[in-house]
Design a binder for this molecule. Sequence first.
Ligand SMILES: Cc1cc2nc3c(=O)[nH]c(=O)nc-3n(C[C@H](O)[C@H](O)[C@H](O)COP(=O)(O)OP(=O)(O)OC[C@H]3O[C@@H](n4cnc5c(N)ncnc54)[C@H](O)[C@@H]3O)c2cc1C
Length: 509
Amino acid sequence: TSAAFLAKAGHSVLLCEKEHTCGGLLNTFERDGFFYDSGIRATENSGVLFPMIRKLGLDIEFVPNKISVGIEDRVIRINDLKSVEAYQELLSDFYPENRHEIDEITIQIKKIMNYMEVQYGIDNPMFLDIKEDRDYFIKAIVPWMFKYAVTAPKISKLQEPVVDFLRRYTQNQSLLDIICQHFFQNTPAFFALSYIKLYLEYQYPLGGIGTIVKKMVDYINNHGGVIQTNTEILSVDPENKLITDSSGKSYGYRRLIWAADQKLLYRNIDTEKVIDSRLREVISNRRDLIKDKTGNDSVFTLFLALDIDPEYFAKIASGHFFYTPSKVGQSKAGPIPLDGDRKTIESWLKDFLALTTYEISIPVMRDATMAPPGKTGLIVSSLFDYKLTKLIEEQGWYEEFKVYVEALIIKNLEVSIYPGITGAIMQQFSSTPLTMAKTSGNTDGAIVGWGFTNKPVPAESRIPKILKSIQTPIPDVFQAGQWTYSPAGMPISILTGKIAADQVIRELK
Ligand SMILES: Cc1cc2nc3c(=O)[nH]c(=O)nc-3n(C[C@H](O)[C@H](O)[C@H](O)COP(=O)(O)OP(=O)(O)OC[C@H]3O[C@@H](n4cnc5c(N)ncnc54)[C@H](O)[C@@H]3O)c2cc1C
C-alpha cells in the first residue's frame, strides 16, 4: 500500500520483498490446476480495502463470500443480521441448560455489533481527499463523527479478553470454548463479539486473494515504482541511510518504511556501529522492550485436492465455513504440552484436533475457475501454537508430525461433516507455524501481529492515535503493517501503509 501510494504521488519507490512473490500473508498459489490461498481466506472491507482499491483505480471483481458456522451435525448460514438469532438458537440447542445465559450473551453480541457498525460505517478518512470527496465529508463523515464520539468510549471499555468478558454470563467452559476458540488467545471482547457482523462483510476477489496483490504490483510497476523480489533486507544503517540485502547490495533511502516483522527491524541494526549515542540508546531501548514480546497465534493448514464436485460441499455449508466437530470444546484437551515428549504430544494432538474449530475455505465455491471442473480444493486450518511446533522440530519428528496431523484432520472431517472425502483425495500437503514464520519472516509465525497476551502489547491500540502508530524512534524510518497497531489484520496493514505513505509524501514535499 505504501509503495503504491508513493508511486501514485510520483516518488521514486523501491519495494524489497524477500520472497519470489509479493503479498506476504495475502497470497494465492496453484498446484496441478487447484488454486489455494495461503494466507487470509477472504477479505473484509472495514472501510479500508474498497476505498484503497478505488483510490488506486484497481480493477478487481469481488463476489460475496458467504460464511457458515457449524457444530457437529448442525450448520447455519450467516446471511444477514438475523443470523445472530440463528446462532443463538444453535447454541441453545447444544447447551439447553445455559439457554438464559446464551440469551444474555446474544444481547451483548448485538450491542457490540452495533458499535462496530459505527466504527466501520464509513470509508476511512485516510483514503479521502478533502477536495475531491467534499460531499462525502459533509454528508457522511461529519454526522459519523458525532456518532463515533459517543461509541468510541464504549468500544474502549471492551478491551478485556473475550473469555473473561463472557465469564460474567456463563461458567460453562464448553460453551465459552465454542464461542471463542477460533479467536486468538485473549482477543479483546469488542473484536471477537462483532464477528457475525464482519462475516456479512466478507468478500472474495475473483482469481483468489492474490488478485489484489497482482493488481497492486501492476499498479506500482506502471507508476514508475521498482519492485525487487528475492531481495531480503539483512541490515539497516540508520546513520548512513542505507539498507543492505542478502547479496551484499546496498540501497540508499531518503525515507524507509519497514513493513515486515518489527523485531527484525531492530535486529537488523548494528547498534555497535551507531555513532550518535542518543540514537543508539533509543534503538536499544526499543529492541529490549520488544525482545520478549510474543506474536499472536499461528495456524496449521491442510490443503486438499479432492475428486469431488463442489456441489457436494455446497449442500453442506458455504464456501467459507467455521466448523467444530464436537460441542465439548478444546479446553478438554488440556494445556498445550510444551514440555511433553512425543507420546504425550501425539495424545494431546489427537484430543485437540477432535475438539478444535476449523476454518474451511473452498475457493472454487466462490470462483469456478479455482479448481478443475468437477473437482474441489479445500483449505482447512486451525489456530496452532508456534512453540509446540518448534519443540516438535527440535525433537526430530517434524515431518511425521505433519503427516500425523493431516491424517487426524481428514479423519475428523470424514466422520463428522464431510463423509467420503478420504477416498477422493488426489493430493494433500500442509503448512505449519514454522512455514508461516519462514515465508513471512514474522515472529512466532504470527498471522496478525502482536499477541494479545503481551502485557502491555507493544503497539498503539487506540484508534484516535493511529496516525502516530507509524512512527519509530529512528529518524526517517517509519513502520507499517500488522506489527504497527493492535488489534491488527489486513485492514490495519493497508491503513498503516497509507498513513506511512502520507507522512513521507508530506515530509518530502
Ligand atoms: C490463515 C489466515 C487467516 C487470516 N484471516 C484474517 C481475517 O479474517 N481478517 C484479517 O483482517 N486478517 C486476517 N489474517 C491476517 C492478515 O492476512 C495479515 O495480518 C496481513 O495480511 C499482514 O500483512 P502485512 O503486510 O502487515 O504483513 P505480511 O503479510 O507478513 O508481509 C510482510 C512481508 O515482508 C516480507 N519480508 C519479511 N522480512 C523481510 C526482509 N528482511 N526483507 C524483505 N522482505 C521481507 C515478507 O516476505 C512479506 O511479504 C489472516 C492471516 C492468515 C494467515
